[in-house]
Ligand binder design. Structure first.
Ligand code: PA5
Length: 432
């Protein structure tokens, strides 16, 4: 681990898959594509995420923190209403830092509008029970059907439960300002709102009010998270390690794609990272999966998934590359009892900590997969905290940007998502 900087990225590939000459040639051929980004010559009106402070400067953060404090004082449940980029960044951070769920006096964070299941929605309302609740409705366009459905149901529920005036105080809206229906609704009904930046796409929005309010409500220090992202941004602008890591990672995966490695697994040994995996999957999948091209992103949570996907990783079709997130330092450990009353055959574990065993599993998996022909890269994080997550997520934004440009696709749109929506609308309008 690069102690001064924080995270570290190691790219590894078998000489038989990519020779060092291949890599040099590919780098040289793509240099100009990447420097177009670095020199600010890539033009797009969705680059607002690159400057972390644009949407999370001091004043923005103190407004977010003060709303979050009010919610934490008054509510036992906070429901985030939104899907895709409108919730995954926040969920990733909240889960990674162990701030989801209940217990320890924690406010419970729930997620609505992530599906169209009536059972899920009924259970969510049932689970709120008679606990005090606030809602954050997040939508960039407010044409997506899931938040549309949820908002109607929730408005009725809240007005019946609290009356119109009190319900209004318990809604925080995160809409695109000025031209969207949701912003208009907020203005007309006196709901408080925070901006959904018009120059930031959903999946790039975790460092804006979209991600920051739920994260702050979960009790996480958003300034530390933003410090990690700001540090990554500064480092990128100064041509430091982040710029180099992001480029190397993007070049590695694109070159492998050309060699037929069209699936990338993001793997980790900390189950708290499952939502981060989903967030990463959305970021790369929605940004790159275009023109019948792009790497298919998948997620494996080890060691559990070693007992399901491990077989394929080791001996299946050689089309998978693997990126490990490795956390170096852990806050707590659990030591295996050495004085047991039975002969269980596990004496070799006597007195060992679970962290040490997990570390062995990680090292063994990298070795076995690499030796089995899987190109592996490793992202080392000193520890799982706000700062390192901020740095990691900014790194992924940047590498996704580079990687999409290398692939020749627009990293910020998702035209394909519209196709199924159009078909669904036809059905709902009785046109078929
Ligand atoms: O990354 C994106 O822009 C998308 O995943 C959107 O976040 C997602 O489709 C939800 O869109 P909206 O917030 O407009 O409902």
């Amino acid at each position: 681990v690069n102690e001064e900087f924080g995270m570290n990225v190691k790219i590894n590939c078998q000489e038989t898959i990519l020779s060092s000459e291949d890599i040099k040639r590919y780098k040289a051929a793509n240099q100009s594509n990447l420097s177009e980004i670095d020199q600010g010559l890539y033009s797009d009106n969705m680059l607002g995420w690159m400057d972390v402070n644009e949407w999370s400067g001091e004043a923005d953060c103190s407004q977010i923190v003060s709303i979050a404090e009010e919610i934490r004082e008054n509510a036992e449940v906070f429901v985030v209403v939104g899907l895709g980029g409108s919730n995954q960044g926040a969920r990733a951070v909240i889960d990674a830092l162990g701030c989801g769920g209940t217990g320890n006096g924690r406010i419970e964070i729930m997620y609505a509008a992530i599906n169209i299941s009536p059972n899920y929605m009924k259970k969510l309302i049932e689970n709120i029970g008679n606990r005090s609740v606030y809602f954050n409705i997040i939508a960039k366009n407010f044409q997506t059907i899931e938040p549309g459905i949820a908002f109607r149901i929730i408005c009725k529920y809240m007005e019946e439960r609290y009356g119109e005036k009190e319900a209004a105080k318990r809604f925080i809206i995160t809409p695109t300002l000025y031209d969207g229906a949701l912003h208009k609704i907020a203005l007309e009904n006196g709901y408080r709102f925070l901006p959904f930046p018009d120059n930031v796409g959903g999946r790039y929005s975790v460092f804006t009010p979209v991600g920051l309010l739920p994260i702050a409500v979960a009790g996480i220090d958003i300034n530390k998270l933003l410090d990690g992202a700001r540090n990554a941004q500064k480092d990128y602008q100064e041509g430091g390690p982040i710029a180099c890591y992001a480029k190397e990672y993007a070049l590695w995966r694109n070159q492998l794609l050309q060699k037929g490695y069209s699936i990338e697994v993001l793997a980790f040994f900390e189950p708290e990272l499952e939502m981060l995996g989903k967030w990463w999957r959305q970021l790369f999948g929605e940004s790159e999966g275009k023109n019948n091209n792009g790497i298919f992103p998948a997620v494996c949570s080890y060691t559990e998934d070693l007992h399901s996907m491990g077989q394929y990783m080791q001996e299946g079709k050689r089309q998978v590359l693997e990126t490990f997130i490795h956390v170096e330092e852990h806050g707590s450990d659990l030591v295996i009892e050495s004085e047991v009353k039975f002969n269980d055959g596990f004496e070799y574990l006597d007195g060992k900590g679970m962290n040490e065993i997990n570390e062995c599993a990680y090292q063994a998996t990298v070795k076995a997969h690499y030796d089995g022909g899987v190109p592996c890269s490793i992202i080392e994080l000193p520890r799982l905290d706000e700062y390192n997550l901020g740095q990691l997520m900014y790194f992924f934004f940047l590498s996704c940007f580079y990687s999409s440009v290398l692939l020749g696709v627009n990293p910020f749109d998702q035209p394909g998502v519209e196709q199924y929506k159009a078909e669904m609308l036809k059905l709902l309008h009785g046109e078929r």
